[in-house]
Structure formats: C-alpha cells, structure tokens
Design a protein around this ligand. Structure first.
Ligand code: SF4
Length: 524
C-alpha cells in the first residue's frame, strides 16, 4: 500500500507533518513499515479539508486527518481493510464519499498544470520521471528542431497565465528570432496577489515540471541560462526548487550537453524581496541584475533587450508548467480544451466566502457558477452570493448577472475584469463592495514603486477619497472625482500595476454604484 500525505502549505499549516510522523511511527510499531510506503506529496487542492491523506491501491480520500486519527487509520484501513467512514468527505444527505472522482470539488476539474501535485513526492526526481517527466525534453532534443517546438506551442494556443494572456508560442518566436549568442529564459514566480497561491502550489508540488518547461523553451529560443525569480516568502517552494535543480543536474538532465546533445543549460533561483511591482517583467529583470526593482518603459521589449541587455523570455510558473504536457501530448490535444480563443485549462485559487476553498484547475470556458457553486460548494452559511473578485488587485468584481459567463480572457475583459494570474475571492451579501475596493486599492497604493506621478499620486488621492466615502464623509463631487482619477491613473501610468490598480474601483462603481451612493446618502 501507498499512503499519500499532503505536504502543501495549506495542509502543513493544519498539521500534516504531525500526521506524517505519526504514520511512520505507527507503521513501525505495527511492523508495517516495510510494506506500506508513506509519501509526502504536493497540494491536493482542497486545502480547507486538510490535512488530506489518500490510501492506495483503493485511492481512499481522507480529509481533516489529525495525528490522533493515525492509530485508527492504520488499524482499521491498513490492517483490517475497513474504511474509516468518519474521516471521509461528507457529501449531500450526509453520504460519505470515498474517492476523488466522486467528490464534486474534483469532478469538474481537469488537471494539467497541477497534474502531478498530490501524486508525487516533489523531492524525488524518480517519481517525476515515473510519471513521464523529462520525456518531453528528450523528445525535443532528439526529434524536434527549435522551430518545430515554437510551432507546437503556437498550435496549443497556450496564452500567458501570469495575467497578460499573450500567446506563448508567438512570444517565444520573438525571442527565438532575436540575434545573439547569449539569451535568457526567466520564470516569474513572484506571485503576490492577495488570495493567490496557484504558483506556490505548483512550485512546491511539481518543481521539475517548471525546470523541464524552461529547458524546452530555452532550446526553442536558443537560450543557455535561466532564472527562477521566486518571492522569499515561499521558503518551501525555494527549498524544493533548489533540490529539484540539484537532482536534475545529478541525472545529467541539466548542465552541459544535456542527454549527450549539444544543448547546455544552467538554472538559478533568485529570491525576491517582497515587492509586488517586481512581478512586472522589466522590474523583475532589474531586481535580478541587483538594481532596485522598478519598471522601465517598453520598447525595447525583453525579447530584444532583456536581462543584462540580452534577448530574454519571461513566462510565469503556470505557463512553464504546461509546456511538458503540451510537447508530450501535442499542441492539438491542449487546444482541444477550452474556447475558441482561450485554450486549455486555468488554475484558480478559490477563496473567500465559499464552502470549499482551495486550488482548482478547470477547462477554459467553464462558467463562474460551476466554479463557485459546483466545485466550491456554494456560499458559506448558505448566504446569498454577491460578487466575485477575479484577477486579484488588478482585476475586477463581477456580480450575479455574470455567473453564467464563460471563464475566458475575452469574456472576462468584456465584463470589466481580467483573468489575472488566477485569484478568485468570493463575497456574500454581508460584504460592502466599497470596502472591498478600498482593500485592493490600499494594497496597490502601498506597492506602487513611486516612479511615475499618475500611479504614485493618483492612487494616493483615490485612496483618500475612498476612505472619506467609507467614513460617511464623502460627497457626490468626491465620487465624481474618484471616477475621474481612476480613469486617469488607468490611462497614464507607466506599468501594469498602475494601469490596473483602479480596476476594483471601476468595476464596483459599474456594478455597485448604489453602495457608494448609500455611503454618501447615509450621511445626510
Ligand atoms: Fe511604479 Fe506605479 Fe509607475 Fe508602475 S505605474 S512604474 S508601479 S509608480
């Protein structure tokens, strides 16, 4: 038997290390330690039900397991072959559900980027290889030209999962065409949106998929060196990444003459110091170079002049993690999922007032209703759904009328929100939408690097006006000024942070203007 214990940050914080240690000592006590393998995996996604333990070969899914439950689990399940019902997921009508596939949270999901998370021990390269890991790298190095790889990426229709949604194959083709003997590839792992933890879970649960994806990209674009820029607040992710790099080097999969070919690649991890703006690619490169992380105007674009002035390609964690599967299974396979212009799957961090918070990966085109009500189980305490904030502080709030909106880059943009990197915060009838807008604006205002006036001063003035309105001291003139400033900051800021910072204010003004007005009217 195999017992998988979730070692993601969510389950770790709810005590999975204690469960892991307890299992090992209990198995030893029962003389089962040679027969039962205990594996610490990455995130299973259903963080709110952690710590999660899955027992194979049956695939029985246990949730909220504590250290005290371990003796019973070993005695009943592993020795007597009986399921411990009280630790199973409880579905509608108080029915115990023993398997993943039957739990609504998982049944509508399609796991590609998260495909190995929850299945393998991220510290063991052998487990990644056993699930076809590095097969795609072997394929490109032995049977594909760099141009073939770029074409395959174009066929897949994959678009940047960091928020911008730019077609990945096209982006790679720009860097591939840039002349020069020295090029870089970068993985943007500076995930900083409040409520977002998609990238962290992939880094912690399947670091080799990012390494393999970056190497495939490097081969396609003619790069021989890469950086993973990861926020220092993710110590577990950094530890696992560094270990994965060491192991790949030991196996001859990273370094000089990979797999006996002419292709060489070296990879470094650079820890960010916590500035949200360093997620912007020009600021990120400045930070790697040892300068203060501040955006610069583009052009020149990184594909022409990036890190240390060399052609550079930057993609985020989820984008890179999709690459090995696309190469292994074909671009057409990936493009068969999703909508006409938004292909494949997308990972979302589902948080807020929803019953089952956690990490979900869904095919593009699924509706918000399916994500929030079918997968997320609906609103906590069976309260009324009010809004969902998509795309973090750069995104927007959507309402009940958008619940049947297909989740795609185009449809979300039309409604005034953005896909962003995948944060999804659900709000119920008790949430004040003006407060929500203030919360996100406070975040972006604090994180503004101060380089350009519209963002530095504009967000500050917007925040003062919002606070005045929230305190019941605002006027209709203040509201008009807030709206005018929001448009000005959006149109005139230098980088994405400032250009998107007003989005939460603008969407709440568009859909919940009456709440702003109520704050003002309440005063009189
Ligand atoms: Fe800095 Fe804001 Fe200007 Fe971006 S928009 S450069 S974060 S001040």
């Amino acid at each position: 038997a195999h017992v998988l214990v979730c070692g993601g940050t969510g389950c770790t914080s709810s005590g999975s290390h204690g469960v892991m240690d307890g299992l090992k000592s209990e198995l030893k006590k029962q003389n089962l330690d040679d027969e039962v393998l205990v594996v610490q995996t990455g995130c299973h996604g259903m963080c709110e039900m952690g710590p999660i333990v899955v027992v194979y070969p049956e695939g029985t899914f246990y949730c909220r397991v504590s250290k005290d439950d371990v003796p019973e689990l070993v005695e009943e399940h592993l020795l007597k072959g009986r399921t411990v019902d009280r630790l199973l997921y409880t579905g509608e009508g108080d029915v115990h559900v023993p398997h993943y596939s039957e739990i609504p949270f998982y049944s509508k999901q399609e796991r590609v980027a998260l495909g190995n998370c929850g299945y393998i021990d991220a510290d063991k390269i052998e487990e990644y290889i056993a699930r076809d890991g590095y097969e795609a790298l072997g394929k490109v190095l032995t049977s594909m030209t760099p141009e073939d790889v770029v074409e395959e990426m174009k066929t897949s229709g994959l678009r940047g999962r960091g928020g911008g949604g730019f077609p990945t194959g096209l982006k790679w083709s720009f860097c591939a065409k840039s002349p020069g003997p020295k090029k870089y590839v970068i993985c943007n792992a500076d995930e900083g949106d409040p409520g977002a933890f998609m990238d962290r879970s992939i880094l912690e649960g399947d670091p080799h998929s990012i390494i393999e994806g970056m190497m495939i990209g490097a081969y396609a674009m003619g790069a021989d060196e890469g950086y993973i820029y990861c926020r220092a607040e993710y110590p577990l992710a950094i530890k696992r990444l560094k270990r994965a790099i060491d192991q790949a080097e030991e196996y001859g999969l990273l370094g000089e003459n990979v797999l006996g070919t002419d292709f060489s690649f070296s990879l470094h991890v650079k820890e960010g110091a916590g500035a949200f703006v360093c997620g912007e690619e020009t600021a990120l490169m400045g930070s790697i170079e040892g300068r203060r992380g501040m955006p610069r105007p583009r052009p020149p674009f990184p594909a022409v002049s990036g890190l240390w002035g060399k052609p550079t390609n930057i993609n985020n964690v989820e984008t890179w993690a999709n690459v090995p599967s696309i190469i292994r299974r074909g671009g057409a396979w990936f493009a068969s999922m999703g909508t006409e212009k938004s292909k494949g799957t997308k990972v979302f961090a589902l948080t807020g007032k929803v019953k089952h918070t956690g990490l979900v990966e869904v095919p593009m085109g699924i509706t918000l209703r399916e994500i929030i009500f079918d997968i997320g189980g609906g609103i906590l305490g069976d309260k009324k759904f009010k809004a969902v904030q998509i795309g973090g502080p750069s995104g927007g709030c959507l309402t009940e009328e958008h619940l049947d909106l297909p989740v795609s880059y185009e449809d979300l943009a039309k409604a005034g929100a953005i896909m962003g990197s995948g944060g999804m915060v659900v709000m119920d009838e008790d949430n004040c939408m003006v407060d929500v807008a203030k919360f996100f604006l406070e975040f972006t205002q604090r994180e503004s690097c101060g380089k350009c006036v519209p963002c530095r001063e504009g967000t500050k003035q917007m925040l003062l006006l919002l606070k005045k309105i929230c305190d019941g001291e605002g006027t209709m003139e203040d509201l008009a000024q807030l709206e005018e400033l929001a448009h000005m900051v959006k149109d005139m800021s230098l980088c994405g942070l400032g250009q998107t910072a007003p989005n939460p204010v603008l969407t709440t003004l568009r859909y919940f203007r009456h709440e702003y007005e109520a704050h003002i009217k309440d005063r009189s």
